[in-house]
Ligand binder design. Structure first.
Ligand code: ACO
Length: 356
């Protein structure tokens, strides 16, 4: 493993070279924070079973028309009995490692963002570590509900920048089907299960002349909103895992403005504007929220990656799953500027800018 001193010496040289040769805001900012983190691979995993809106209409008083019109969701994947968050996380992690051309031996950190861990403890990240056959490095979970992936990405990036990790698996994984009240039509139609993962790697200076990696992130939370979207149980309160409760219209209203605010903050930090963004990959909660946010930000609809129609809201898994989908189908290409954004229970909300 490279030492912090190695990083700092090389960072100094690269930083000087970069600031001499580049003038735009993102690159100048990049030059100021070394080592930086590039995304080396991405992967997703979904349970096999697909549940359509029509299937749900046979369980609760709802319809395909209502769900499609209010949310854009047509179907979602639901985990099988005995299929846990860690199983989906492991599959996504293996796919991301394959994509990066790396093995578990290359990884020294696993961060799992989840609101539906296998157990209160050990952390799901530790279970994934064991399933991957990894006994070195460190693994831990992060809880920030649907914003968890961006919080985990920022945490791993900060650890890499500090020299305390070199290559990390950052995973968003959920089995929200386990914390739904399947008789509550206002929530059970919205969510699905899945996992997505990225491999992060410390890198120095420029990558073949094109600086790639995490350029900026912005994290926010305000617990005074916690009764608008929450789970009504937990180990320390009810001694159960509880189910999701939501005041949908209030979430909807808050989400659009919060999204715009945090995106404007991260774009300013990155020294770019919305027009520079090649792909907007938002948390996939609701197509109406995504459309309204993109419109307010001035991001064209063809630049928005949408998976909510097929996946539903997979909470912390939704952004890496959407990244995996758009990278696999060739939309997101090396060098593209990608904007990530999410809002979740708490409220928590966050955004990041990445050069792919
Ligand atoms: N099928 C049919 N009717 C329904 C359903 C359903 N599944 N759910 C609610 N209704 C009914 C309501 O009972 C209500 O009936 P009423 O008028 O007779 O009282 C009517 O539909 C309208 O209900 P509203 O709650 O006003 O519907 P709204 O237009 O606000 O849409 C929705 C509801 C889709 C939940 C919307 O508020 C929303 O998207 N909110 C944001 C939710 C969200 O994104 N949450 C997750 C973000 S964070 C995270 O990912 C954890």
């Amino acid at each position: 493993m490279q030492t912090r001193v190695d990083f700092e010496q090389r960072a100094d040289q690269d930083s000087r070279r970069e600031s001499e040769s580049r003038t735009d805001g993102a690159q100048t900012r990049r030059a100021a924070r070394e080592p930086f983190t590039r995304i080396a691979g991405v992967g997703g995993a979904l349970p096999e079973r697909v549940v359509t809106n029509q299937d749900l209409a046979e369980m609760v008083d709802t319809s395909d028309e209502w769900i499609t019109a209010r949310t854009g969701i047509k179907e979602r994947h639901i985990a099988a009995d005995g299929e846990y968050t860690s199983h989906l996380a492991e599959r996504a992690a293996r796919n991301a490692l394959d994509d990066a051309g790396m093995s578990v031996a290359d990884i020294d950190l696993i961060v799992v963002a989840t609101a539906t861990p296998d157990y209160a403890f050990p952390a799901t990240a530790v279970v994934v570590q064991e399933r991957l056959g990894m006994t070195h490095g460190a693994a831990f979970d992060i809880g920030a509900a649907c914003s968890g992936f961006v919080f985990a990405l920022a945490t791993a990036d900060a650890m890499i920048a500090a020299g305390s990790a070199r290559r990390a698996l950052v995973i968003g994984a959920e089995t929200f089907s386990r914390i739904l009240d399947w008789e509550d039509r206002t929530t059970c139609v919205l969510f699905g299960d899945g996992a997505g993962a990225v491999v992060l790697e410390a890198t120095m200076g420029t990558d073949n002349g094109a600086s790639r990696g995490i350029i900026a992130h912005a994290l926010r939370s305000d617990g005074s909103h916690r009764d608008k979207l929450y789970v009504d149980g937990g180990p320390s309160t009810s001694k159960t895992s509880g189910v999701v409760r939501m005041r949908g219209q209030e979430v909807f209203r808050f989400a659009i403005q919060a999204t715009v605010d945090v995106v404007e903050e991260v774009l300013a930090k990155a020294g770019i504007c919305a027009a520079d963004v090649d792909w907007f990959v938002p948390h996939q909660a609701n197509k109406r929220i995504i459309d309204a946010s993109a419109k307010k930000l001035g991001i064209a609809p063809e630049k928005v990656v949408l998976t909510v129609c097929e996946h539903g809201n997979t909470s912390a898994a939704s952004i890496p799953l959407a990244l995996a989908t758009a990278a696999r189908d060739g939309r997101i290409k090396q060098g593209d500027l990608v904007l990530l954004e999410a809002l979740g229970g708490g409220f928590t909300w966050a955004a990041a800018v990445v050069r792919w």
